[in-house]
Design a protein around this ligand. Structure first.
Ligand code: HAM
Length: 552
């Protein structure tokens, strides 16, 4: 190998964030913080308390609540084995079998292998059910291992024949691969959403004993293996809220929607559009779904493959279709509002009235069915400007019965989740709040990195050892008083220091040299106009305080 080639190979690999994940950098993170701070304060005024949840949970929690046939559960979850198994001996044995090389002489005899395998299966059979593999791939592996002893028996028939080694390799190889990939215990999943976790926490902490309803909100990352595009990520962030327990009074539905709209209003989000619908209950929805299926069957040939599949698995989702060729057909389908039972119809009418009482402007959208199975009655979605096809910034609805499905008492529930990434994108795109405008300008500058922070108020330009000591003390006092101060770690000529202060976007430079220290009078330069003033340390603090209150 030539020296050049060796050098090329030695070059350390440069890592990149995994597709669908991304770093959030300053100064954009300042906007994230502002959005989250606004959520904390608005939600608190509606009586919500924050809940912090684990990022991963037992897979079954999501499968059971979101629904096994939904896109999220069937295609998009990040699932792995995490739960410790009590079967430590079996686990060690699994490795022992799995890691030996596939060669006839690795076991003294086939009988030895057979004995080892039988012992392993016996141990598994005697274990608690919860320790056994629960994820489907592991269950398949286990059934292959169970057949292992019998297959090894059949190997005896090949003793002395030419194919013996080939058959041995195939049977033992199969056993080894299955053993290697077998995982014990229930699997865990990175949360694709948080409603299921909030309900789990409600049951786990007996929150039904607290005054009802319990109002909780959360924020944090969620994970879905979707096809990444603008506004759609594999790690994305949600800000959500849930109301659990108490009544299903329509005023609750309306208040939770009012809260989201108040939040968006405070952030001056542009182009906000609220869509609402009612998807009925356990009594009336199945009848409507059947009617829909019958009508869809009549036009089956005109539907695309996705809708044809959904017609079988979940006909309601056909209404979600964005396919141009299907729009006219969908418009003619029966509408759920005409098929609600009396209770659901009354509830829906009352929700609309309650929204009107609160001055919340909505649009009825009979095609709004939502993609998760736990919803019933009220569903809603909010879209905003500047987002293209992924324009839903918030989705939510009522889910009475979900807590019960997760082993709790019958409990009413309603909530929503805001896609924080999309919310920020919309704020940046429409540039309404002043911070967003500044950030979006930084974004359009191409590949040069955006500044990592907003500029300091004050840059201390110091020269000389004595001045350095004074500068350190001044920086400490000024920061304690709440001002943002940049203190260069090494001495710089004044010209260079002032240039640096300018680049960082500082408003003032504090000039500290031998003269200033000796006189006890410090020079403050206003960078915008180059004017200079002298201050005692005390007067400087007063001056900066006044400046700060003028600018904020
Ligand atoms: P969802 O409609 O699946 O509902 O998600 C809510 C919001 O999260 C969406 O409107 C969107 O803004 C954002 N979102 C979803 N997936 C992605 C993604 N891959 N990338 C970026 N943003 C995304 C729920 O999650 C329910 N748990 C909401 C809820 C709470 N319902 C009742 N309570």
């Amino acid at each position: 190998m030539s020296e050049g080639a060796a050098k090329k190979e030695d070059k350390p690999r440069k890592f990149q964030a995994i597709r669908g994940t991304r770093d959030l950098l300053p100064p954009e993170t300042a906007l994230w913080n502002r959005v989250e701070q606004t959520a904390h304060s608005v939600f608190a005024t509606f009586g919500f308390g924050e809940i912090r949840l684990p990022v991963f949970e037992v897979t079954e929690l999501f499968a059971r609540s979101i629904g096994a046939d939904t896109d999220v559960v069937s295609k998009e979850m990040y699932t792995f084995t995490s739960v410790e198994s009590a079967l430590s001996r079996a686990d060690a044995f699994r490795q022992y079998i799995g890691e030996r090389r596939v060669m006839a002489d690795q076991w003294v005899t086939v009988e030895d292998l057979q004995k080892d395998l039988q012992e392993f299966i016996l141990e598994i059979d005697g274990s608690a059910k919860s320790d056994l593999p629960m994820d489907p791939p592991s269950q398949v592996k286990l059934s292959i291992l169970r057949k292992g002893p019998e297959q090894l028996d059949s190997l005896r028939g090949f003793q002395g024949k030419a194919e013996y080694h080939e058959v041995f390799d195939s049977i033992v190889g199969n056993i080894q691969t299955s053993a290697r990939w077998l995982r014990f215990g229930p699997s865990a999943t990175l949360r694709p959403e948080a409603t299921a976790s909030v309900c789990r926490a409600y049951v786990e902490h007996n929150m039904q004993q607290l005054p009802q309803p319990v109002k909780l909100y959360y924020m944090g990352p969620m994970f879905r293996r979707e096809r990444p595009q603008r506004g759609r990520y594999r790690q994305f962030y949600q800000i959500g809220a849930e109301i659990l327990g108490g009544t299903d009074a329509p005023a609750i539905d309306a208040e939770v929607i009012e809260m989201v709209m108040t939040f968006f209003d405070k952030l001056e989000l542009q182009g906000v559009q609220l869509d609402i619908n009612s998807i009925g209950c356990r009594d009336c929805r199945p009848k409507y779904v059947e009617l829909l299926r019958t009508e869809l069957l009549k036009v089956k040939d005109k539907l695309g493959p996705d809708s044809q599949r959904r017609m079988e698995t979940n006909p309601l989702r056909v209404l979600d279709s964005k396919l141009e060729s299907e729009q006219k057909i969908i418009e003619k389908l029966p509408r759920i509002a005409d098929h609600l039972c009396e209770d659901c119809a009354t509830h829906y009418a009352a929700v609309k009235r309650q929204l009107e009482l609160r001055g919340v402007i909505y649009r009825e959208n009979w095609r709004l069915v939502r993609g998760l199975d736990y919803y019933m009655r009220t569903t809603f979605e909010v879209t905003a400007a500047g987002l293209g096809s992924q324009n839903a910034v918030c989705g939510g609805g009522r889910y009475d019965g979900l807590v019960e499905l997760l082993g709790g008492p019958p409990t009413k529930g309603i909530g929503f989740a805001i896609g924080e990434d999309r919310l920020i994108l919309s704020l940046l795109e429409t540039g309404h709040p002043s911070l967003a405008t500044r950030l979006s300008r930084a974004e359009t500058k191409g590949h040069s990195p955006a500044p990592t922070r907003s500029g300091p108020l004050l840059y201390i330009a110091w020269i000389g050892e004595k001045a350095h000591a004074t500068a350190i003390r001044a920086a400490k006092d000024l920061r304690n008083a709440g001002f943002s101060v940049e203190l260069p770690p090494v001495e710089q000529k004044f010209g260079k220091a002032l240039g640096q202060a300018d680049k960082l976007g500082a408003r003032f430079a504090l000039i500290l040299g031998d003269n200033e220290v000796a006189e006890g009078l410090w020079t403050l330069k206003t960078l915008a106009d180059g004017s200079q003033q002298k201050f005692t340390e005390f007067d400087l603090l007063e001056f900066l305080r006044k400046q700060d209150s003028v600018s904020s």
